[in-house]
Design a binder for this molecule. Structure first.
Ligand code: F6R
Length: 600
């Protein structure tokens, strides 16, 4: 949430910052700003709205070689020009961008800054005012910066300009992601390598509670005791074309279409030379040594965890609990004797999940992260990582990461099962290949699904998704996709549960999307459909080939019944996509949301 960039060098700073912010817009998009500095001083441009709105007000004539920028997802204070970053100290000497939340900002204000006139409602402004206060008290800037950092409780990725020093960007990080990129005669700062991949693929990771002095030719990392830290850069394996939309109207549609490819890539990446599925033996031992697995995740990744539980329990026979990360912290269940924690997170940065990771690590438990982001916080901090290999997911609504999570969880379950001599009655490599082919068929069925979306969702204000067993979990994901991008109130329910209360909401024409991909519950879910139809609902049944009936609206190709979520979710994703499109919603950047949820 929120993205920051910085640049120092000889090139067109404004354009590099703006392009970088465009790439980070997925992290927050309610307001944006840049500050650039030249011999005439610091020039701040900020605007409520998107980067395009900011671009429109940036003065093209300001020439500069150093600057910082920010795209915001509001936490403290409404989205407005006044609350947007960069923020400046009272005299205007210091200018700051910040991603994160300063929990003790109010306390710091009362303790140190009673004489200062604040112009915004943000927690960020406290940081920049404190730095100025300490400098006015006689400290060197670097000392004032360090002292301020030691006072902050919470999360931050910061970049600071000092009007009296056009040679340095002061940078610091705690809990929020931040990288420094290295160039020839320039250096950059970014929340995500994606922002600056156009100018460099060499990055240095920063750890929590580190600060960095970034000049044109040098990057000096220090800890908060002032000791210098040497760290080698790594090469970011990002193809610039991965982060472009190409000919697609939206990232979401591109990412839906990428799913067959991702599936094949995962099969390839998790196969050994003999063509057998393989996973790091330490991970397999950790799974086998645990008496219970706790899956921790949020949103779509939580929904993937629910399906993952089925894979692990059915194939590897290890009991699994699935928990919402934001609940787990203060509502921890009674843990088993030898738990293993699996964190599922597309971004690897979700603050709620990270809080649990830190907690359970302190308790001495082993941890595995399943993520799309190598080098992300959750990946670095867990004992083990399994990657999704899905390529950057930029649309706020998660699609290809969900199916990739399911595939990796299935592979994990299969490899563990094999290590325990539990025979799985199907060949997973072959079945995932069938899944990839089925995904292609579904991606080619857009016209039919667009039609279904229009027929069922064009005018409704709410919708229900029902399913039984594994279909119920896909219904939860279908409902989340629909509500987050089309703003139609949507809820997923276990088929049998509606009649215990929610059926009261069914009115004439209420759309009920029912999933029927499981033979064992095919007749029961159809019975639930009859119950809602009797009360006026407009049913849309999505079934699987072989289980289909005349009244069904759409039939997905047949795959192994445990793997149906990998493909039944695709019509859900497309239904949501077209519903959002028909309602003129901003598909890739739905209101109030951001891609990477780095605040608790
Ligand atoms: C929904 C969506 C969110 C994320 C959730 C967790 O489409 O994208 O619900 O799934 O914020 O994010 P990660 O997986 O990055 O931890």
């Amino acid at each position: 949430m929120c993205g920051i960039v910085g640049y120092i060098g000889n090139n067109d700073t404004k354009e590099i910052l703006l392009k970088g912010l465009e790439k980070l817009e997925y992290r927050g998009y309610d307001s944006a700003g840049i500050a650039v500095m030249n011999e005439k001083g610091v020039h701040v441009f900020k605007e409520k709205g998107r980067i395009a709105d900011l671009r429109a007000i940036v003065d093209e004539d300001v020439m500069t070689n150093i600057g910082i920028g920010h795209t915001r997802w509001a936490t403290h204070g409404v989205p407005s020009k006044m609350n947007s970053h960069p923020h400046q100290s009272a005299t205007g000497r210091f200018t700051l961008v910040h991603n994160g939340v300063i929990e003790n900002y109010d306390l710091l204000k009362r303790e140190y800054l009673t004489g200062v006139n604040f112009v915004s409602e943000t927690d960020t402004e406290v940081i920049v005012q404190l730095i100025e206060l300490f400098v006015q008290d006689g400290m060197e800037v670097i000392e004032a910066f360090r002292k301020t950092l030691t006072l902050l409780h919470g999360s931050y990725a910061l970049a600071l300009l000092d009007e009296q020093n056009s040679e340095t960007i002061y940078v610091a990080k705690n809990k929020s992601p931040l990288l420094v990129g290295l160039g020839d005669g320039f250096n950059v700062v970014a929340s995500d390598a994606m922002a600056m991949i156009q100018v460099t693929n060499q990055y240095v990771e920063l750890m929590d509670k580190e600060m960095v002095l970034v000049t044109k030719n040098e990057v000096t990392i220090q800890n908060l005791n002032g000791e210098t830290i040497n760290r080698a850069p790594y090469t970011a394996e990002l193809d610039a074309s991965d982060i472009e939309k190409g000919t697609y109207p939206h990232y979401m549609l591109k990412e839906i279409d990428e799913q067959p490819l991702v599936m094949r890539k995962i099969i390839q990446m998790y196969q050994n030379e003999q063509g057998k599925l393989a996973i790091d033996s330490e991970i397999i031992s950790a799974m086998n040594e645990s008496d219970r697995i706790y899956i921790i995740a949020a949103g779509t990744s939580y929904h993937a965890g629910l399906v993952g539980k089925q894979f692990i329990e059915k194939m590897a026979k290890i009991p699994v609990e699935v928990h919402i990360s934001s609940e787990f912290g203060y509502n921890m269940p009674l843990l088993s004797e030898k738990p293993l924690f699996i964190f599922i997170s597309q971004s690897g940065e979700t603050a709620d999940s990270r809080a649990v990771l830190v907690n359970v690590k302190e308790m001495g438990y082993r941890t595995l992260t399943i993520t799309n982001a190598p080098g992300s916080t959750l990946s670095r901090e867990a004992d083990y990582t399994l990657l999704l290999f899905a390529g950057p997911e930029i649309a706020v609504a998660s699609t290809k990461a969900y199916t990739a999570q399911l595939a990796v969880l299935a592979i994990l379950a299969e490899v563990v099962a094999e290590s325990r001599n539990i025979s799985v009655d199907f060949d997973l490599v072959q079945e995932l290949g069938i899944v990839a082919n089925a995904m292609e068929v579904l991606c080619d069925s857009k016209e039919i699904i667009e039609h279904i979306s229009r027929e069922f969702l064009a005018v409704t204000r709410n919708a229900f998704f029902i399913g039984r067993g594994i279909d119920y979990y896909v219904g939860l994901e279908g409902a989340l996709k629909l509500k987050e991008i089309s703003y139609i109130q949507a809820e997923g329910f276990a088929g049998g549960e509606l009649k215990h209360g929610t059926i009261a909401l069914i009115e004439e024409g209420t759309p009920v999307i029912a999933l029927a991909t499981q033979e064992s519950v095919n007749l029961s879910i159809r019975g639930n459909v009859k119950e809602v139809v009797a009360r006026g609902a407009n049913p849309c049944i999505i079934s699987m080939n072989g289980l289909n009936m005349d009244e069904d609206s759409f039939v997905i190709p047949e795959v192994h019944d445990l793997l149906t979520p990998l493909i039944s979710v695709i019509p859900m994703q497309l239904i949501a996509y077209y519903a959002a499109l028909h309602r003129d919603c901003d598909v890739d950047k739905p209101r109030n949301l951001a891609k990477s949820v780095t605040v608790e």
